[in-house]
Design a protein around this ligand. Structure first.
Ligand code: MSP
Length: 534
């Protein structure tokens, strides 16, 4: 059985509105997923929702709904959000689905049978907001707790614990032996520092159902539901297992699903879990230990991205500074949004959204850069040659090949920002070429007809190569460039970036601006006058 490149996002808490941070993680994951398909790999991209827990139970109650009805309504808008971002996810998991619950119960049963859990009494502090137990270490010097924990109560209750400490040493050894397991390396170093300097405390994996009923019941003790993080992390393997992937279902003693198509290629282990920096410990410590205890292989890589701020401040509803990706997309288009977030922020460090920064990149790099290049190149081909492709010429072939090689290499290393820089180096080179060769002057001199043909070929072919290179990042724009070039199907594979595909005599399609300028109407003279760059 062949293995697909399997990539996931974190699953979002269903309560709350999707914002820039959620959108960023999904777009980055989608670019990597599309990039792998573009480079010829079979890919499975999973995203979804984390629907259990106290916060959801309380929010549903406050609205007078059952938790399930509350989740169903919100799930519809989260799915619409994924579509709005133009994601190519192959599945969408909800932790309230029967297929997920069944696998979680199989995992819990297996770990329980293997003696990984024990029951013990806990007395201490509990944050309902974060659904976590706190210790003396979490108290501030004045004895209070950080407001991030919300209301902290003292309680005494019996729960099930997962023996984590027994797993500490092999995990340290594993992370040391696999330097790419956590990316970027500074996050890996943080994880190693944490593991080497702390004794791992056993993890409480249950909550009494009397206090919290909105969760997956422990199969071996109906008085409890499982801890929301245990439930949530397992989504990454519950979907492959439910689909009948032997590498996921096998260790859990689950067979192929009773109905549905047999899986053609296996998914587990995941190749990349894309997550935010705040949940690295769950993914790089708890999750590998859970998998090892289950007898399943570990994921190949955890890609931890940074957090976005708005105008240098943390986004928060109370400050009213939350960037709404849907509003941005409605005004500027999905590709403008995708472009900005990937170009502005490399995978790793924190980023800062400013409206001025977004507009500056839109105007300089999309409208005046890529948009203007495609518009004037194809408009001139229409005007001077009736849209008919002249004979092949290779003046820009080297620049195109360099960009293509750079994009492939950067995509392989998850350097998405670097890949866009390579593409824009070609955009800028081609725009410069227009200025240097001045086709609008050549057109006035009949003796320069052959030279004009060369220039027009180089420009049209560069636009085609750009469409291919943009495919993982700005899929709509790539398809539109192709259509304007008179190529019906959108570009698909990296290999199409090779120079010289447009054949002499090929007739291009209708030309229209890709990124209309916002400060002037789309039909302003600068766009319609061929050759002129403003
Ligand atoms: N439900 C958990 C994840 C479980 S994964 C098994 C969760 N959900 S969340 O909705 O709070 O966050 C989802 C993802 O969005 C996380 O990876 C988080 O880091 C990311 N972001 C949330 N706010 C963000 C920013 N301001 N900037 C960038 N990403 C951020 O955690």
């Amino acid at each position: 059985m062949t293995k697909r490149f399997y990539i996931t996002t974190a699953i979002d808490y269903v309560n709350g509105q999707p914002h820039l941070g959620h959108a960023y993680e999904k777009v980055v994951t989608d670019v990597i997923a599309r990039g792998r398909r573009w480079m010829g790999e079979e890919v499975f991209f999973l995203t979804g929702l984390d629907e259990h827990g106290q916060k959801v139970q309380q929010a549903a109650l406050a609205e007078g709904k059952t938790p399930q009805a509350y989740c169903d309504e919100l799930a519809a808008s989260w799915k619409a959000f994924a579509a709005k971002l133009n994601l190519t996810n192959n599945d969408f998991v909800r932790t309230t689905e029967p297929r997920h619950k069944a696998v979680i119960q199989a995992i819990l049963s297996k770990l329980h049978a293997n003696g990984q859990f024990y029951k013990a009494e806990y007395k201490g502090f509990y944050s309902a907001k974060e659904e976590t137990f706190l210790t003396e270490k979490d108290r501030r010097p004045d004895g209070t707790f950080d407001p991030m924990w919300g209301e902290v109560t003292e309680l005494a209750e019996e729960n099930y614990y997962f023996r984590l400490s027994a797993h500490q040493q092999w995990l340290i050894d594993y992370i040391e032996a696999n330097p790419d397991f956590v990316y970027p390396s500074y996050r890996r170093n943080e994880v190693l520092g944490f593991l080497k300097n702390n004794r791992l405390e056993d993890l409480c994996i249950s909550r009494p159902a009397a206090r919290l009923s909105w969760g997956i019941p422990l199969p071996f003790d109906p008085g409890y539901v499982t801890y929301v993080w245990f439930d949530a992390l397992s989504n990454y393997i519950s979907v492959p297992a439910a689909l009948g992937d032997p590498a996921a279902a096998g260790p859990l003693g689950l067979g192929a699903p009773a109905s549905g198509q047999p899986l053609q290629s296996s998914l587990w282990p995941a190749d990349a879990h894309v997550i935010g920096k705040d949940i690295v410990k769950f993914h790089a410590v708890y999750w590998p230990i859970m998998l090892k205890a289950m007898g399943a292989a570990l994921p190949r890589q955890i890609l931890a991205h940074g957090w976005w701020q708005k105008d240098g401040a943390k986004m928060s509803k109370s400050l009213g500074n939350v960037v709404d990706p849907v509003a941005v997309i409605d005004e500027w288009g999905v590709d403008a949004f995708r472009y900005y977030v990937v170009r502005e922020l490399d995978l790793g460090p924190d980023g800062n959204w400013t409206d001025a920064g977004f507009q500056a990149r839109y105007s300089a790099e999309l409208a005046n850069g890529l948009g203007n290049l495609v518009n004037r190149s194809l408009s001139m081909l229409k005007r001077y040659r009736g849209g008919v492709t002249p004979p092949r010429s290779d003046e820009l072939a080297e620049a195109a090949a360099k960009a293509a090689a750079g994009v492939v290499e950067n995509l392989r290393g998850h350097r998405l920002q670097g890949a866009l820089e390579d593409i824009w180096a070609l955009v800028n080179r081609a725009n410069q070429y227009v200025d240097q060769t001045a086709p609008f002057k050549l057109a006035k001199d009949p003796a320069q007809a052959a030279r004009l043909g060369e220039v027009l070929y180089n420009l049209a072919e560069t636009c085609r190569v750009l469409a291919v290179l943009l495919t993982p990042f700005l899929p709509d724009s790539a398809a539109r460039i192709h259509r304007q070039l008179g190529l019906a199907a959108p570009p698909k594979h990296a290999g199409e970036a090779g120079w010289g595909v447009l054949a002499e005599g090929h007739v291009i399609g209708e030309v229209s601006p890709l990124f209309p300028r916002k400060d002037a109407p789309a039909a302003a003279p600068a766009q319609s006058q061929p050759g002129k760059r403003s």
